[in-house]
Design a protein around this ligand. Sequence first.
Ligand code: GDP
Length: 198
Amino acid sequence: MKINTAEFIISNSDVKKCPTEPIPEYAFIGRSNVGKSSLINMLTNNKNLAKTSSRPGKTQLINHFKINNNWFLVDLPGYGYAKVSKSTKAIFQKFITEYFEKREQLVSAFVLVDIRHEAQKIDLEFINYLGESGVPFGIIFTKADKISKGSIQKHTAAYTKALHANGWEEVPPFFVTSSESEFGKDEVLNYIDQINQD
Ligand code: GDP
């Protein structure tokens, strides 16, 4: 799939105010600074669609973008930034949990993790939360250009192992990406396209 149009629709912190159009929706979420804005801009061929920022935790809203006039891409707030929330319980702000629990259009979430790092507790907690809430999700590894091609498999295998250790028997679909080199772009977009066509 090629993205021809990507249109900003609305930002808000109230699930009830999200667009009502019944078209499939995919939500992108991850720790602040994981590379979410860069990934969204890369996928949509638009350098400015999502705001990349040097100040983590800046975008604290649910942002809806309409893609090719037939699905929504949702940019959710980054989590796990100390300034935004103090206790582990507070990391997922209420409106985010409401979003996952109430948003009927949501087809799949994508949890972004930096490929360089070992599985982080906060990401595993979030992944478990999605599992417990019955939200389908995939994992997108970001910043793959920062490690050698030869070590990509080692990093993803270590992550898979952490998921197994965390009680996940089956590993969710995962994608290795780089916003710098556009590595993995087609895989992510084709995955979404495939689901939309089913
Ligand atoms: P966000 O807070 O998750 O939206 O993260 P950003 O997209 O703002 O990226 C955080 C930082 O990581 C910025 O300095 C980006 O330039 C950098 N970055 C993001 N994606 C990549 C990538 O694929 N490769 C490299 N080398 N840097 C990246």
